[in-house]
Design a binder for this molecule. Structure first.
Ligand code: ADP
Length: 488
């Protein structure tokens, strides 16, 4: 049992300057501008004279925000590694306890330790756990405690002069929107850096970093293979890319091969896509009824993908498996209705429908490309009168259009849907070339035109994407342990 006396001590992990984090900016690839920005901070922490003479001071706090796995922790460690200063790593959740006063004293303890080792870095991952907006709904309880912890962070950050004590606080979050504005004020986290998903070139660079200790037949082959993986991994994070290479390494060893090849990489990619989309390990025992529904759904998605080709979302292959997501939203719903009847539907398309609705709202509120408005709206219902009602009405129109368009394409290509479904049921997978072949050769049943609704013509765009529901283009939708997957 933990002694009560240690309750108020910070649980931060400490890495001394001598050990160093061992991480440098070379370990972070893609988004080079981020490194350039942070390089300046490193120079100040290192007491670079040129900077001191110019009177440039270190910001007190740097907030890194972006999706999980994009390298925020890595960057924080790299700053410490490059500057050669001690590193205190904490997590926002460490401070959240139900005991009165514990959060605040843990914060105090952490800052006191860091100050005694200054210049040093405090890294607080998931800072939103302690730094979310005050006075909001108290999800999970412990609100008052958390507030005390947050106040203590603010006090600590206000309390030191950067020029002398040089404790740099680095926070990381994927929920910038819920952070208490007080944290973002000048003199606190006054440098905010977005760490986003890598571009294609960024993905290639990240793959190169993680391929450093892996065997490939030649440098040329390595580049060609990694370029291919970079192409196919739209929306992947650095952590996911790293997993692909690790998995490919394991597969290579398992097959007793000397070098990682295309087959291993694609297999690893498949597995990675499977895990993060579905979290499902095995899907061998699918009831027949569900299998049929899934096969129809995959077939419908495949046909829609042929009909609305998207350069970002090449079809690779389609397999029959349980997955809980289908980006061709309306299509998942529509094919169920067409094949099984409106009163005989199940939940398999619910996630997809949710994604589609969100996407529609995004298009309406944030792209500035619709009749709704040229501005960017968040959910600022206090600023725009009747925002919710207007939004809902337009969203429903988008969804109606998407569903109708989908239904029309699926009726037009009904025989292709049936053929692909049969193949999926029989073989469990189908390759992209075969899908294209079936689609092109399928007899069409002409359908009346489906009319868009938006007088700005934006709906052509919105409708297209709405139908596809590609909220996450390039992501696969299939479980691992199965032969194939589709990317849409
Ligand atoms: P976050 O803190 O944003 O959740 P992490 O820093 O924990 O992400 O990332 C996990 C791992 O993924 C890193 O240790 C690193 O190996 C890899 N990684 C993530 N982003 C990158 C990147 N841009 N370059 C190289 N590796 C990366």
């Amino acid at each position: 049992r933990r002694a009560l006396g240690s309750l108020g001590k910070s649980r931060a992990k400490f890495i001394s300057a001598e050990e160093t984090t061992g991480v440098t900016f070379d370990d972070f690839a893609g988004q080079e501008y981020i490194k350039r920005e942070l390089q300046e901070i490193v120079r100040i922490l290192k007491n670079d004279e040129e900077f001191q003479n110019k009177g440039i001071y270190c910001p007190k706090g740097v907030l890194l925000h972006g999706p999980p796995g994009t390298g925020k922790t890595l960057l924080a460690k790299a700053i410490a590694g490059e500057a050669g200063v001690p590193f205190f790593a904490a997590n926002g959740t460490d401070f959240v306890e139900m005991f009165v006063g514990v959060a605040a004293s843990r914060v105090k303890d952490l800052f006191a330790s860091a100050r005694s080792f200054a210049p040093s870095i405090i890294f607080i991952d998931e800072i939103d756990a302690i730094g979310s907006k005050r006075g909001g709904p108290d999800i999970g309880g412990g609100g008052a405690e958390r507030e005390q912890g947050l106040l203590q962070i603010l006090t600590e950050m206000d309390g030191f002069k950067v020029s002398t004590s040089q404790v740099l606080v680095i926070g990381a979050t994927n929920r910038l929107d819920i952070l208490d504005p007080a944290l973002l004020r000048k003199g606190r986290f006054d440098k905010i850096v977005r760490v986003g998903l890598p571009s294609k070139d960024g993905r290639f660079a990240i793959l190169k970093v993680h391929a450093r200790n892996k065997y490939f037949r030649s440098e040329e082959e390595k580049d060609v293979l990694l370029q291919e993986i970079a192409e196919l991994t739209e929306d992947f994070t650095g952590a996911e890319l790293q997993n692909i290479l690790n998995e490919a390494g394991i597969l290579t060893a398992r097959k007793d091969l000397d070098y990682i090849g295309q087959e291993e990489l694609l297999e690893a990619l498949k597995r990675q896509k499977g895990t993060f989309e579905t979290g499902q390990e095995d899907s061998t025992d699918i009831p027949e009824e569900l299998k049929l529904r899934l096969a129809y759904r995959e077939a419908a998605v495949a046909v829609l993908a042929c009909h609305l080709p998207d350069p970002y979302c090449p079809i690779i292959e389609v397999a029959m498996i349980v997955h809980r997501q289908c980006h061709f939203v309306s299509c998942a719903r529509v094919i169920e209705e067409q094949m099984f009847g409106i009163d005989n539907m199940c939940w398999i398309s619910s996630k997809a429908t949710l994604d589609a609705s969100r996407l529609a709202e995004f298009l309406i509120l944030q792209t500035g490309m619709t009749a709704f408005g040229k501005a960017y709206y968040r959910n600022q219902s206090d600023l725009v009168p009747n925002l919710a009602t207007k939004l809902e009405a337009l969203r429903d129109e988008y969804m109606r259009f998407a569903v109708e368009k989908c239904a029309s394409v699926l009726r037009e290509y009904h025989s292709a849907v049936e053929t692909i479904t049969d193949i999926l049921l029989e073989k469990g997978e189908i390759k992209a070339e075969e899908i294209w072949d079936i689609y092109k050769k399928a007899p069409q049943i002409p359908q009346p035109a489906v009319s868009p609704v938006d007088e700005y013509g934006a709906l052509i765009y919105a409708g297209r994407w709405g139908i596809q529901g590609v909220s996450l283009p390039g992501r696969a939708t299939f479980a691992p342990g199965n032969v194939g997957f589709a990317t849409f």
